[in-house]
Design a binder for this molecule. Structure first.
Ligand code: ATP
Ligand code: MG
Length: 344
């Protein structure tokens, strides 16, 4: 992986992406970047499309991508997300959403006062199917008999490839989370695919939990989990919970992947946080750690680990933004990471 597309996007996206990019340049000087500054809400509002076909081709021709955030309070239509992020996810077939949640420092855990041991797990979320496929409709709209239908779709191929990734990542255990007791057709398929994948890794402990039980156990004992595999909707919610247990939105990173083509689009879990845009208060570490994930996906584990070590150092030393206990600005926190890289 050598060429990276960069979409800074909206809100705090450009501010945090600038720090991620500087960090990447510091650890991987051989990478080349194609920065698409213009893919944002301003352009969407002016032209009705943010990511043109040419832009899409530019992003697709790179080996991976780094995204800041897409979202703007002036744009209320869900079509904007479809235009950019969902288009990239679907057309590049980025069928895995991989969200590691590893506590950077004890003080960041909301469970610290309960004496709980720290979270270190990964949510593997199926990223292209489930209730997010857009199949459905509305009947008799505006009448007392209005009926809304969204259909949850899982395919054998889609679930199997999610399972393959989950089992390949796991070192301690894999937990399937679903709601098979209430959504039986999808549940049956997921459980069969889970058993099939488990049979190929008989050494690995497995577990099945309904999503309601899983969220309780995650808070009660996060160390019970290594890899959690779940559908698009449950994975979305579970990974926000694990992100919070690991230190909050300022530090949570994610990768949208196609393990077969090797394409990775990495982005912070947080959105454009319009309340923070332009204030210098946005924490750049989620974006910086997303850059580290991108390096991981590129087989550059050593460079990725250098970034993570630097991040752990600045968090420990309170050289960070206010949301995680420091008093630095976005650019100050980014500079601190680069200092820590050089001081290692
Ligand atoms: P979007 O619609 O793009 O998802 P949003 O309004 O949902 O945007 P998020 O980005 O999801 O906002 O963040 C929700 C809140 O979390 C923000 O209002 C902000 O206070 C906090 N937050 C998010 N990202 C960061 C960050 N990088 N640093 C500090 N706080 C953050
Ligand atoms: Mg949001």
């Amino acid at each position: 992986m050598r060429r990276i597309a960069v979409i800074p996007g909206d809100g705090i996206g450009p501010e945090v992406t600038a720090e991620a990019l500087r960090t990447l340049r510091a650890v991987a000087p051989d990478l080349e970047f194609d920065v698409l500054d213009h893919v944002n809400a301003d352009r969407y509002l002016a032209t009705g499309t943010a990511l043109s076909d040419d832009d899409f081709a530019r992003v697709a021709s790179c080996d991976g991508a780094l995204l800041g955030a897409v979202g703007d309070p002036r744009v209320t239509s869900p079509d904007y997300a479809r235009d950019v992020l969902l288009r990239l996810r679907f057309e590049l077939d980025l069928y895995i959403n991989h969200r590691p949640a590893q506590l950077l420092h004890d003080r960041l855990s909301p469970l610290r006062d309960q004496g709980r041991r720290p979270i270190d797990c990964t949510v593997v979320r199926e990223n292209t199917e489930g209730p997010y496929v857009g199949v459905g409709g509305a009947l008799r709209v505006g009448t007392p008999h209005e009926t809304a239908i969204d259909t949850e779709v899982s395919t054998y191929r889609g679930v199997r490839r999610a399972m393959e990734f989950a089992f390949a990542r796991a070192t301690r255990s894999v937990c399937l989370v679903d709601k098979a007791n209430a959504v039986p057709h999808n549940g049956t398929l997921w459980q069969r695919c889970f058993r099939e994948a488990a049979a190929l890794r008989p050494d690995l402990p497995t577990r099945h939990l309904y999503v309601d039980a899983a969220v309780m156990l995650l808070v009660q004992d996060p160390t019970a989990f290594d890899v959690i595999v779940a559908n698009n909707a449950h994975g979305d919610v579970l990974s926000d919970l694990t992100a919070q247990l690991a230190g909050g939105p300022g530090t949570a990173a994610s990768a949208n992947l196609n393990p077969q083509t090797g394409y990775a689009l990495c982005e912070p879990v947080h959105g454009s946080a319009p309340d923070l845009a332009g204030t210098g208060r946005a924490n750049p570490l989620a974006a910086v750690l997303s850059a580290a994930l991108l390096l991981d996906c590129a087989g550059r584990a050593e460079q990725a680990e250098r970034i993570r070590t630097a991040v752990r150092t600045v968090v420990r030393d309170l050289r960070c933004t206010a949301d995680i206990g420091g008093s630095l600005t976005t650019s100050g926190a980014g500079a601190a990471v680069r200092d820590a890289l050089h001081g290692e």
